[in-house]
Design a protein around this ligand. Structure first.
Ligand code: PXP
Length: 262
């Protein structure tokens, strides 16, 4: 299992004061030293955290491959092509959202996605689609000709939080916050089964499989055990822990959860 560390939140802290620190650049050697496999960043259209300069410096200076998340807006795709990251992960973006709330609407955006994917691939950039864990999404991703899919694990994480505590994001897919424990247990095992099924399907049609969103030190273990999932991209929980332990320890703790416990 590979671990991509999403370092956007370091830039969130910097942008809160519009000053120079903390700088996501300083995270690069620490991620490498701690055993992470990839740096993940999201160049949002509203530039609320990572700025163009960050993306360019990170891609230039990182000793780990950089996975650049982006929307399909043509001006963003042009920037991504010029930055030439190892991989581009296309994600849905809504300006008012706090974080990416779900997978891409593949059917509605099929032609625009196709155009963006072709452009990225022409520039030798590996492409991944951030999708809901559904059979339809996997099949459409295959039709779109990408190499990777990343399953949005927000629903799983949210049910887990409702059942065992932790922070549930009320913007995620589940609205019923007061369900009985037995119902939540069934929902959690159903969602886990669903992720296993779609991971198997994706792998059987030669799509590489990643997963991410809302994963933390508690809920990640069951996802990390799914053999077809090759990579996890995790941000919030690692950066949150790093405030207290330092980034190096926070990444090492996550590596124990995703690699050593399976
Ligand atoms: N993967 C993708 C595609 C994302 O958009 C995000 C959130 O930015 C993550 C993974 C990481 O999610 P989290 O910060 O909840 O760990």
């Amino acid at each position: 299992m590979k671990l991509g560390v999403n370092i956007d939140h370091i830039a969130v802290l910097r942008e809160a004061r519009k000053i120079n620190d903390p700088s996501p650049i300083d995270a690069l050697p620490i991620c490498k030293l701690s055993g992470a496999d990839q740096i993940t960043i999201h160049l949002r259209e509203d530039r609320r955290h990572i700025q163009d300069r960050d993306a360019s410096d990170i891609i230039r200076l990182s000793l780990l491959p950089v996975n650049l998340e982006c929307a399909i807006a043509p001006e963003i795709i042009d920037i991504v092509c010029s930055l030439n990251p190892h991989r581009a992960t296309i994600v849905p973006e809504k300006r008012e959202e706090v974080t990416t709330e779900g997978g891409l609407a593949l059917e509605e955006n099929f032609n625009a996605l196709k155009e963006a994917i072709l452009k990225l691939q022409e520039n030798d950039i590996e492409v991944s689609l951030f999708i809901d864990p559904s059979i339809k999404s996997v099949e459409l991703s295959k039709d779109l000709g990408v190499q990777w899919v990343e399953f949005h694990t927000g629903k799983y994480a949210n049910i887990y939080a409702m059942l065992y505590g932790g922070l549930a994001n009320s913007n995620h897919c589940i609205k019923e916050l007061d369900l009985p424990k037995s119902e939540l247990e069934t929902m959690l095992s159903d969602e886990l089964e669903n992720i296993k099924t779609v991971a198997k399907l994706a792998s059987s049609i030669d799509l590489k499989v990643a997963a991410g969103h809302g994963l933390n030190y508690q809920n990640v273990t069951e996802i990390a055990k799914i053999p077809q999932i090759e990579e996890l991209n995790i941000g919030q929980s690692i950066i949150a822990r790093s405030v207290f332990t330092g980034l190096e320890q926070a990444i090492k703790d996550m590596i124990v959860c995703v690699k050593d416990n399976i």
